[in-house]
Every structure is written in structure tokens, then in C-alpha cells.
Design a binder for this molecule. Structure first.
Ligand code: ADP
Length: 534
């Protein structure tokens, strides 16, 4: 007789494995009670799927404990899912891809091992949060800025490994990594780049070593557990401007993107900008009307209601935040160039707040000004509740496109077609990089409502396939759709996936590390679509 979703039993570890793990870590660092494990569920997951339930959580506090855990996993045929803070809730939080997996929480390994003011570099353990780094730099009076994504509770390491984006000059976190320390499935510990040379003084300054650059193999991967990471920091600029471009009509999006593209390619706008929908802005604005107040029918919210919302809030139909950094005259000149570049769009408004770099920590009050100066916060959490009230959830369907208006139009037309009639709410938030744009379609649902949540998750693979059919790939995904996302990378009869699988077979033949992450399954797994390496 099948279990209902809520009574489905959690997979359990056998007693010998529990004893070995408990002996390997600190006294309170093994969690096996079902109640305590609830905190490690996918917070916005589909309760009915029951696919992502951990059997235990183990929290090592040092490198040797990580190595012991890997050894025990091999001895007891366990699978492990490492995470650093596990806060990327739109993509599954800290839940594992397959049920029964033991979560390896690296939250206790949270030391900032080094910050070098002259070189503008840092070396951190995986549990260090953006908020920890910010506090550390401020407490010690460093004139350095770290980059943070919109929510400051995640880890620097997990976000960078997962290709996360922040909003200072160093916002492309994955490409600001400079040196990793990694525990492999067989317990070997390697350091990448110049860290591979024990006597090198330059692990955090030069990102490459001698031979193939291994760092990339540990990003969005299941080939190792990262226990240290170097990053580059940004020197505090003399002057900083947090700006917003507002355009009034829905059809202004493509012209806006085409107008700002040269500003990114020439480095006039130096950070990753963000383009926001009125609903998203309303979600974090005090006193803004709620979803129900502007439209009471099923989702998506119709265009007239969106336009009325924008008008009532005095914001654009599209709102692009961006930042400029430098000396005062350079920032002013860059700002004039931004104004010029978009001045042909009828009804456009460009505004900016300029700060002296050293005063931004107290002077910047709004979320945009703060996050573009690397000041982490949690204000954006509120936006989740805008659609369905407190306790709202979402997943993100995030496609990468060239930074050209017509590509974004194609993606939005596809989304309009796919979302019509679903009854689900969604809105796009766009991250604008130097040559690309990531269109993050945020699909909202109340996780407490199983029917709506299941409907939303049924749609997810269809969205990935539709995006793939148009040639657009997700830059990261929720656990549920990692296989279907990997399938979209079809060149050479999926040569990239087969390459990844060959590496998996060589590095982790027993498949103990994060099986299924990014669609990479070990040999022998029933999920594996391609043949094992010979
Ligand atoms: P955040 O702390 O930003 O919320 P997570 O810790 O959830 O990020 O990391 C996102 C994903 O990246 C994890 O689910 C895991 O697959 C991978 N990951 C995170 N940290 C590590 C690590 N230290 N070693 C290996 N993989 C990691």
C-alpha cells in the first residue's frame, strides 16, 4: 500500500554507519532524528515527490573529519551530499538529489583564514557567510569590499561553486575564485593553482598552476568536497554611484537591453546590473499594495494590473539597477554616459545616489545601494510573500541568453505561452552581465498547498525543454530538473556529459559524492543514460 506523501518514511541509516559517523565528528555533530532532519528539507519542495529526504546530517569541524566521513561513506556504501550553508532555497536548499543520502553540512567550518589588504584577497572555509565576511572586514577596518548576492545568509564558497552572482565589480563569483582545497572521494586532499606548490606565496593571487586548471571541475560538480577557497576582494572605491533606469512600457525591454549593451562591453557599467519587474519591486517596498489588492484572479497577473501597479508606485514597467565605481569625476562621467545611452527611449528616467566609498556602510539605506556595495542583507525575503502571503515559496527557472533584446523577447514570449492557463504566478528578474543576461523566471506557489506546488513542479521540466528547444540553457537549476537540464547539452552526442561521467568513474568509482548532481550519475546507477567508461 503506497504511503501518502506526509507519512512516507524517511530512509534510515544502519546502526553501524551511525556509530562510525558519530565517532568521527564532535559530540553533537550527527543529526538523525526525523524531527531535527525536517530543518534540512527542501523548504519549497514538492512534498509528494519525497525524492530529496536526507537520512542524516553530519557536521564536520575540520579537514580530517571530512576525510573520515568520506572513508566511512566508502566502507558503509553511503552517499554524501556536501553543502556549505545550504540556503539556495529556490533550487532545493540543502536537500540532497536522492533520498537516503547523508548531508555533509560544512556550516561549522566557518573560519576566515586570511584577508590580505595589500593584495585584496581572502582565504575562507566553506561555512563563511557573506554576512560573516562583511562583519569581519568592517570590524577590522579593512578598506575592502566583498561581493554579496541579494540574500546575505548563504556561503561565499557554496555560492561561488554554484555559479552564483553578486553585484559589485567582483559579482561573477565563480570567476573570482583563486585557489581551492578539495577532499576527493578516496580521501586524497589536493590544492589547485599555486596551492599545489607547498612553498608558493601566491595561492590567492594567481588562479592557475601548471597543467590543466582543475578548479572548474569542482564548480557545479560532484567530484570533491571543497574545504578552503581563495577569493579576490575589491578595494574600496573613492566614489560609488547606485543608479536606476526606469522605462515605462513592457515593449521597452528589448530597446533598453540593446541600449545598455555597449556600456557593459566597454566597462562603463562595471557590475552585474539587475532588471526588475514591478511586482518584485513592490515585494520589498513599504506600503506597496499586495498581489490580492491589484488582482484577485488566478495567475499570471495580467499586464493592465502590472502597469497600474507600476504607476501607483511611481516606478517603471522595467527597473534596471546598476552601479558605477571610481574617483568622483570618473563616476560622474560614467553616469552622463549612461544617461546618454538610453535617452532615446521615450519616458525613460535615470536616477542615481552617489556616495563616498568609505561612508557607504552608514549612508546607503536602500537594498539596491547596499547590495551593489557588497553590504549583505535579508530584505529580499519579503518579496516571496507578495504573491501568496506569508510562507510563500518559489523556484527559479533561469536561462542564459546573449545580451541582446531579441533573445530576451523570445524567452519572455515562450514564458508567456507556457505560463498562460497554469494559474501560477511568475515574474522575471534579469541579471545583466558583461555580454550575457540571465533571465530568472521566478515561479511562485504556496508550499503548504500540495496541489498547486505539484502543478508548479510538473511544469519545471517542460520549461527546461522548451528553453532547450530554443537554444537557451539554465545557469543553475533545482535538484528536480538537473537530469533534464544536462540533457539539453547535446553537442557531440552529449560528449560533455560523457566526459563528466568518465571523470566521475575515475575519481569516485563507488559514486559516494552527490550522485545525480548536475545530471552526473556514477556507473551502475539506474539513472545513468550513457554507457559506463571502458
Ligand atoms: P549557499 O551556502 O550559497 O546556500 P550551498 O551550500 O547550498 O550554497 O551550495 C550550493 C550547492 O553547491 C550545494 O548543493 C552543493 O551541491 C554545492 N556545494 C556547496 N558547497 C560545497 C563544498 N564545500 N564542496 C562541494 N560542493 C559544494
Amino acid at each position: 500500500m503506497p504511503h501518502s506523501p506526509l507519512t512516507r518514511p524517511r530512509p534510515q541509516l544502519d546502526a553501524a554507519a551511525v556509530r562510525s559517523l558519530a565517532a568521527a565528528v564532535d559530540a553533537d555533530a550527527l543529526i538523525t532524528s526525523p524531527d531535527a532532519l525536517e530543518a534540512f528539507r527542501d523548504p519549497f519542495g514538492d512534498a509528494g515527490s519525497g525524492d530529496h529526504l536526507a537520512s542524516a546530517v553530519v557536521e564536520p569541524s575540520c579537514l580530517d573529519q571530512v576525510r573520515d566521513i568520506v572513508r566511512i561513506a566508502t566502507e558503509h556504501s553511503l552517499t554524501l551530499w556536501p553543502f556549505s550553508q545550504g540556503r539556495n532555497n529556490a533550487y532545493g536548499g540543502c536537500a540532497p538529489r536522492t533520498s537516503g543520502t547523508v548531508l555533509v553540512s560544512l556550516r561549522r567550518m566557518n573560519r576566515i583564514l586570511d584577508v590580505d589588504e595589500r593584495r585584496a584577497t581572502a582565504l575562507v572555509e566553506p561555512g563563511v557567510r557573506f554576512s560573516d565576511m562583511y562583519a569581519y572586514l568592517r570590524d577590522r577596518g579593512h578598506r575592502l569590499w566583498s561581493s554579496a548576492p541579494d540574500l546575505g545568509w548563504g556561503s561565499i564558497v557554496g555560492n561561488a561553486l554554484e555559479h552564483g552572482i553578486g553585484y559589485t565589480v567582483h559579482g561573477e563569483h565563480a570567476s573570482r575564485i583563486c585557489g581551492l582545497e578539495v577532499v576527493l572521494a578516496d580521501g586524497d586532499v589536493l590544492r589547485t593553482g599555486l596551492g599545489a606548490m607547498s612553498a608558493s606565496p601566491g595561492w590567492q593571487v594567481h588562479p592557475r598552476g601548471f597543467g590543466p586548471t582543475a578548479d572548474g571541475l569542482f564548480k557545479q560538480s560532484n567530484f570533491g568536497i571543497v574545504t578552503k577557497m581563495g577569493i579576490w576582494l575589491m578595494p574600496e572605491p573613492e566614489s560609488y554611484l547606485s543608479g536606476v533606469i526606469q522605462v515605462p512600457r513592457r515593449e521597452d525591454l528589448a530597446p533598453l537591453i540593446d541600449a545598455v549593451r555597449p556600456l557593459f562591453i566597454h566597462g562603463i557599467i562595471q557590475n552585474h546590473a539587475g532588471i526588475g519587474h514591478p511586482a518584485f519591486v513592490a515585494g520589498i517596498m513599504d506600503g506597496a499594495p499586495s498581489r490580492r489588492e491589484i488582482y484577485d484572479g488566478p495567475g499570471p497577473v495580467p499586464e493592465e494590473a502590472v502597469l497600474a501597479l507600476a504607476r501607483s508606485l511611481g516606478i517603471g514597467r522595467w527597473n534596471m539597477r546598476f552601479a558605477l565605481y571610481g574617483t568622483d569625476p570618473i563616476v560622474r562621467h560614467r553616469f552622463a554616459m549612461v544617461r546618454d545611452a538610453v535617452s532615446h527611449i521615450e519616458g525613460v528616467q535615470v536616477t542615481g545616489e552617489q556616495y563616498a566609498g568609505h561612508e557607504v556602510h552608514t549612508a546607503a539605506q536602500d537594498q539596491n545601494s547596499q547590495v551593489q556595495a557588497g553590504i549583505p542583507g535579508m530584505g529580499l525575503m519579503r518579496a516571496l510573500d507578495w504573491y501568496s502571503g506569508p510562507g510563500g515559496g518559489h523556484y527559479d527557472f533561469s536561462l542564459v541568453a546573449p545580451l541582446q533584446g531579441h533573445h530576451v523577447q523570445r524567452i519572455h514570449a515562450m514564458l508567456d505561452r507556457m505560463m498562460a492557463g497554469t494559474g501560477l504566478d511568475w515574474d522575471p528578474a534579469m541579471i545583466v552581465g558583461p555580454r550575457f543576461l540571465i533571465n530568472i523566471a521566478q515561479i511562485y506557489f504556496p508550499p503548504g498547498n500540495e496541489e498547486i506546488t505539484a502543478r508548479a513542479y510538473r511544469l519545471y521540466p517542460q520549461l527546461i525543454r522548451e528553453g532547450g528547444a530554443l537554444g537557451y540553457a539554465p545557469y543553475r537549476t533545482h535538484l528536480d530538473v538537473m537530469d533534464v537540464a544536462a540533457e539539453q547539452f547535446d553537442f557531440g552526442d552529449h560528449a560533455l556529459l560523457r566526459f563528466n561521467e568518465r571523470l566521475k568513474d575515475a575519481l569516485d568509482p563507488a559514486g559516494i559524492l552527490a550522485p545525480g548532481k548536475q545530471g552526473i550519475w556514477p556507473a551502475g546507477s539506474p539513472h545513468r543514460k550513457t554507457a559506463p567508461a571502458r
